[in-house]
Design a protein around this ligand. Sequence first.
Ligand SMILES: Cc1ncc(COP(=O)(O)O)c(C=O)c1O
Ligand SMILES: N[C@@H](CCCC[NH3+])C(=O)O
Length: 449
Amino acid sequence: MKLQGTMKINDKGHLEIGGCDAVDLAKRFGTPLYVMDEQQFRQNCRNYYRAFTDKYDGTVIYAGKTLLTMAICHIIAEEGLSLDVVSGGELYTAWKARFPMERVFFHGNNKTRVELKMALDFKVGRIMADNLYELETLNHLAGEAGVKPRVLLRLTPGVEAHTHEYIKTGQVDSKFGMAIETGQAMEAVKIALGLENINLTGFHCHIGSQIFELESYAHAADVMMSFAREVKAETGWAPYEMNLGGGLGIYYALGDEPQSVEKYADTAVRAVQELAEKYHLPMPRVMVEPGRSISGPAGTTLYTVGAIKDIPGVRKYVAVDGGMGDNPRPAMYQSRYEAIIANRAAEPIEEKVSIAGKCCESGDMLIWDIELPALQPGDILAVSATGAYNYSMSMNYNRLPRPAMVLVREGEADVIVARETYDDLLRNDLVPDRLKKKGTVKLAEAGTA
Ligand SMILES: Cc1ncc(COP(=O)(O)O)c(C=O)c1O
Ligand SMILES: N[C@@H](CCCC[NH3+])C(=O)O
């Protein structure tokens, strides 16, 4: 496993993250456990701030869908980044954490009226209108509230990024945004410019996620700026904000070759600069919405090894105490991960095994065919690069409680998400009185069921 951020192997041969021994963390907080490396998370934020804001006066908007908790909101706020939220729940989290609302960007392809009202009440910085229906609804709600929100139009540039089918978003055949190619984007601009309660500031596009080819961003910039030129010619108005979305890829496993944030910034911003000059447009403020490349590499999940099933000549399954409930990505996208035995991190490789989760699904596999020292029940397995789209996509399938999350830094570990209890799972369950009167419960009460 590639050691990321502050990870190292200590004198005991244990994995250490943020100065904390992973074996101690597992003992103290239990497993499965999400471990967030605060220093690495902050460093990733700073790399973006330096590359886009310091160098080009651009705006960096952290994509909260990758990982959003109250503590994470505090860190994002401190690091000077803005925040992309995509639901009332994410918006509420930011608000409760007292995140500066003028730095919040509200996304979503089907924001409800309640969510839009909430965004207006909280005075979020920008709303990204995804479709014409939303634009009209927002205009109406803003009129009622007597406000004029700043709005970017989410457009689909028709750029296909080389990534998994389900995480592509820039192509015309997508549920997100308004297509440039079909003329709907131009129609939306004209409508937005005519709406009394909408303050149109610019355009947004997002071509996909886990992208390694920076050329895709230059291509998207080209399509968006060419569109801006057409808009200027037809309406006389030009965008002064250009949001190119997120998507920068990270290292999960051998073969992944992430690009640096500096190169990403240089490619994207210079492309916009050159095109602005070429098309005689004012230079818009460039915005980006990175998520995975900030939170992803900073997270590690610790599991305890349990049952081991060896099928001679076929495969050895090693089961851990988590799986698709805390990390649905391998089951959903065939995502690959690397792992290390945290309590025997310096030992040589001995065998090839497959790491299984504990859900009642054959597809609940975390890693196929990984080479490790011989695993034993009780070993602590650390899976790296689980900071993005793991906790945020976790679920209670099979009524498995969600793991805790600890933030580690310089030898200190603080719980930032408490482990769910069995009672938490029952929190929203209700049993109507008419069922309570029936046999099963009576039997259970009598201790015979
Ligand atoms: C609109 C939008 N912005 C930002 C992101 C964040 O992308 P990533 O986590 O790949 O940087 C996504 C997710 O793909 C997205 O849909
Ligand atoms: N959830 C996806 C990425 C989706 C991107 C959201 N627009 C993943 O885990 O890779």
